[in-house]
Structure formats: C-alpha cells, structure tokens
Design a protein around this ligand. Sequence first.
Ligand code: ADP
Ligand code: MG
Ligand code: MG
Length: 519
Amino acid sequence: MAPVACALLVFSTHASTASGVPSALVSRALGWANTNGVQMSPQPGSFVHAPLSLSPFPLSADGFARARALAPIFNELVEAVASDPEWLLGVLEATLESDPFTGRLARVLREATRAGPEAQPLHLGIHRSDYMLDEPARADGGGYEPARLLQIELNTIASSFGCLSARISQLHAYVCAVAPADVAAVLDGPAAAELAAGAELPSNAALEMLPDALAAAHAAYIAQVAGAPSAGAPPAGAPPVVVFVVQPGERNVADQRLLELALWERHGVQAVRCTLAELAAGAQLRDGPAHPNGSPRPCLWVGGREVAVAYFRAGYSPDDYPTEAEWAARLAIERSAAVKCPTVAYQLAGTKKVQQVLAEPGALERFVPSAEHAAALRATFAGLFSLQTDDEYEAALRLTRADEDGYVLKPQREGGGNNIYGRDAAARLAAMRAGEREGYILMERIRPRARRLALARNNEACITEAVCELGVFGVFLGGGGQPALLNRAAGHLLRAKPLGTDEGGVAAGFAVLSSPLLE
Ligand code: ADP
Ligand code: MG
Ligand code: MG
C-alpha cells in the first residue's frame, strides 16, 4: 500500500501546518531526531530522520506489563525448542519441501549437528515478541470489545529497532516536557487529558540492555578460552571482537551503529561489520585451545581478529544468500566456537510454522514445564491454522469463505512485505496447489483500535488514524542444559501504522516508530 499522503513541508514558518500539526513540534522533534541518531539511510552515505510519530501513542498499561513479563518465558521456550532439533526438523518437514529457503536453513542445522556436539554450548538470543491488542468495535456500535493481548510473531533473528526505539522514548519525553500544549494538540481528547494528568511514558532500556547482552556473551567466550586446560599464556595481540553480520546497503544502519557504539562505550568491546560475502571471502576456522572435555574448539577469525560473538542482522532472507559462498559462510559460523546470535536452530524456532505448531494442543507444554507459564503464553496465541493435510486445507478454506476479511496468510519469511491479507488471502488460499500450501500458515486477523496520530516521514508531517504494534525485546544467554547466565526483558518497540495499512514494517516504509503513553 502507498504511504499515507503527507503533503506538508514541515519547516513551515506558520504556527501550525495545514493538517493541524504545530510547526514548532515538528521542528523540535525532527531536530532532536537528527542530532541523536534517529535516522535511516535510504542510500549509502545519505541520512534522513527515521519515520516517527510526533507524540507517544496510547497503550494499555496492563497489556504493556503483561507483554514485558512474557519475555523471559519466550526466551526459555526458544532455548527449549532449539535444543530439540529432531522435534524442530520434524514439525518443519513438510514446510521444508515446499520452501527451499527454510529447507536450506534446516540443512545447515543438520550438517552442523552431524559434525558433532556444538562447539559453543552457549546461545545468545536477542528476540523480539510482537503483539497487537485485539479490540474490535462492538457489533452493537457501542464502544469496543475488551482488549486481548495477542502475539503477532516472535522474531529470533535480526530483531531490530531497539536502539532507535530507546531514542524515540527520550524524544517523546523531551517534547512532552518542553511543548506539552503542542503534543496535546495532536493527541485525541482522552489521551491529551491523560498526558496532562501525568500519564506514564515508560523508560526504554534497550540501548543499555542489548549491548550488555552482547558484552555478556563476549565475556563468557573469553572466560571459556582462558579456562581451557590447554590455553597456556593468553594469546598476544588484539582481543576478540563481535562481528555484526550485515546486509550490503543496509538502510537501518543507525540502529546498528548505536548498538555498536554503546557496546564500545559501555564495555570497551569492539565490533566489526561484515556481510556474509565478506565473511565467505575472509573468515577462517582455526584450532583454539580444546574444551575441558578435550573436544576441539574451531575458533572463528576474520581480518586477523578472533570472533567471540557472531551477531546476525542479516541472514533471514533468501536475498542474503545469492551464491553458495554465503551458505558456506553461514555453515562455518554455525560450526565455530563463536557465540551465535542466533544459531540456526534459534532462527528456525522463530518460523511462523513453529509458532503455529506450538499453538496446537499440548505442543507448548512439551517445552514449558510450568503450567502457569504455559497458560500465560497460550493466552496470547491468536487463531493459527496449518495448511498441511487436505482436511486442514479444506477447513482453512471454509474459515476464509465464512469471513473473507478475517485472516492473514503467512509464508516462512521475515522482514515485512511477505504476507497476504483479507480478501487477497482468501483468494490466494483458494488457488493454492498441494505442495505449495505447506510453506504457509493461516492466522486470525487481529483488529486493534485506531487512535489519532501525528507522524513525520521524509520531513513531512500529517495527522492520521493509526493502530499500533508493541514489540518487547528479550535477551537470553545460556544453553548446554545449564542455568541461563542472562534472561530478561530488554526494552521495547512501539510501531504505529495508518489504519488500513496491512503490513507493519518501519524499514519497509509502512509504519513509524512511536513510544507508549500508558493508559
Ligand atoms: P514479518 O516477520 O515479515 O515481520 P509479521 O508476521 O510480523 O511478519 O507480519 C508483518 C506485519 O503484518 C505485522 O507487523 C503486522 O502489522 C501485520 N500482521 C501480521 N499478522 C497479523 C495478524 N494476524 N493480524 C493483523 N495484522 C497482522
Ligand atoms: Mg518477523
Ligand atoms: Mg513482524
């Protein structure tokens, strides 16, 4: 869908732009954004402020608290699912055949598993569980149904926008403090009243907790090597680095650079940015000091530096692997002793197919021993439907025929722009061949309540009706059956998108970055 029309130049000399957004608010907000790194890079070397809302967006305080509380439980779920590759590959089996990309990831997992026990028992998760509050208008026209917090998806690779989101929270705190009347003017009545009465703008710790998680993995790696029986004297030369595995020409580079700089400033840990192609050309596995049990430690080296942590901000899309060389690099990293964020098993645990299977009766309970935790997770599961057997496919057809606008069809893809919505989903489903449909799942469509929102994109501002999607970051460091070294919520992301826009990505140009005004 085309972005919402924003016809007004923001640097107007009038007190208010024709759409009713106070010019002073726009220039303050964009001034803050541009001087604090809230930027995106449409072309290498050029920067523009990230798409953002000019005020915080109303969000249920209860929904926010519940979503945060679920983060450590989802973290443990991912670890448990990823630790059971037979289950994982079993539930993905039919999907792998109809989806070559997921099939290839599974091959990496199989090949790495066949090579022997993991060279690195610790796994670093930087996940983001995304939710919407389902709050449809009541059929009798009087208000809204009670809100239900429902999960959209769980991202286990390249979960982005943590750092820019932390900055947006600061930006909104600033404009609310210095220009409360301007902010109130762009909020709807109840939200403006709440803001005036001191409603909470929660702080967002992503800019500390995400770099702290990378640093914890880095420290754990160094401690392992120092503690190895055959280590001898510590090796001379520069200390190990964190590799950020990135896409060439990445637009969301400021979010990544803020993380890289915070890692350096808070911990003195250096990061190196490499594409998969660069790693294919330049990375090596070298024997390091053996593990205490005598098993070898194939250490990853790149550009003369040992790699303690491989942090993927790429590798989730088929476009990231244009040749066999990129797949070879992925396999080498997977086999190495570097801490992976994520491992291939973590990545596969975040597929939409696994999300759908975990929602089947009893599946979640296999991995979540606490009945209370399982119930809390399950309460956020929307209707999720398999298309694998003929019966399942027929049942899905009946659902979409009965409510043409009520479902979303999802392939095993990440990064936005891949789903099919409403009537298109119903039509696409009806036209699907056997052998194709196993690559997809069907999901109940969530209907959040729309609120008024002032936003700015490409230096233009406007007011629109919008809905929001909350993402909660979770960081986890653990594995090998040992108690986790780290497991907590780690900040949040609130995206808002104009009502009627199906897709939700900020980088993909559909949504804007916002922050919660808790109500
Ligand atoms: P991706 O991994 O590509 O981000 P998502 O499952 O998050 O895929 O879907 C992309 C966007 O589509 C979401 O950000 C959300 O805005 C919208 N969306 C996805 N699932 C639903 C749903 N069940 N109901 C309503 N909107 C949805
Ligand atoms: Mg995703
Ligand atoms: Mg998503």
